[in-house]
Design a protein around this ligand. Structure first.
Ligand code: ADP
Length: 172
C-alpha cells in the first residue's frame, strides 16, 4: 500500500498556489486526498459543491488524486481514509504561527499523524484565496493566479472583474 497524504483546506476557490503544493506533494506521496473543509461558521464565496467541481475540473485524469469533503475533526477524516500524513503549504512567515499551532494540536489528538509542510513556489508567495476574492470583487483581474475554469466562475460572481490589468508601465 502506498503513502497517502491528506491536503485539507477551504479551497474557496482553488488557486495556482494550491496546485503548486499538490504537484510538489505528488513527488513525495503516492496518493493525495484533497479534503475540502465544510465549516458552517466560515462564510464562503463558493458552495462546497462548486469548490469540488472546480477541483475535479483540474485533477481530471490523475488517478493519484482524489477529492473529498470533511467536517469535524481532521484527524478523524485521516483515520477514515487510512492516512497518517497531513500536507500543508507554507507561504510567508505569517502562515507559520497558525500552522504550527494546528500541527501540534493535530499531533496531540492523534500521535500517529505527521504534518508535512511544503514551501510554495516563489511565484505563489502572495497568492491566497482571500486576496484573490477581494481583488476580483473590486474588479481587478486575477488572471494567472487561478486556473481558467476558476477565473470563469469568479467572473460569474463578479461581472465587473476585468480580463486583464490595464495600465502600461510608465518609463522613467
Ligand atoms: P487560503 O489560506 O488561501 O484560504 P486554504 O485554507 O484553502 O487557503 O489553504 C489550504 C492549504 O493550502 C494551507 O496549508 C495553505 O497554507 C496552503 N496554501 C494556500 N495558498 C497557498 C500558496 N499560494 N502557496 C502555498 N500554499 C498555499
Amino acid at each position: 500500500m502506498g503513502k497517502t497524504a491528506v491536503y485539507p483546506g477551504s479551497f474557496d476557490p482553488i488557486t495556482n498556489g494550491h496546485i503548486d503544493i499538490i504537484n510538489r506533494g505528488l513527488r513525495i506521496f503516492d496518493k493525495i486526498v484533497i479534503a475540502v473543509g465544510t465549516n458552517p461558521t466560515k462564510s464562503a464565496l463558493f458552495t462546497v459543491d462548486e469548490r469540488i467541481e472546480m477541483i475535479r475540473e483540474i485533477i481530471v485524469d490523475n488517478s493519484r488524486l482524489e477529492v473529498a469533503t470533511y467536517s469535524g475533526l481532521l484527524v478523524d477524516f485521516l483515520a477514515e481514509v487510512d492516512a497518517c500524513v497531513i500536507l500543508r503549504g507554507l507561504r510567508a512567515m505569517s502562515d507559520f504561527e497558525y500552522e504550527f499551532q494546528l500541527a501540534l494540536m493535530n499531533r496531540r489528538l492523534d500521535r500517529q499523524i505527521e504534518t508535512v509542510f511544503l514551501m510554495t513556489g516563489s511565484k505563489w508567495f502572495y497568492c491566497n484565496s482571500r486576496i484573490i476574492k477581494e481583488a476580483a470583487a473590486f474588479g481587478g483581474s486575477v488572471r494567472g493566479m487561478v486556473p481558467d475554469d476558476v477565473l470563469m466562475r469568479l467572473k460569474e460572481k463578479f461581472p465587473l472583474m476585468k480580463e486583464n490589468n490595464g495600465r502600461k508601465r510608465n518609463k522613467v
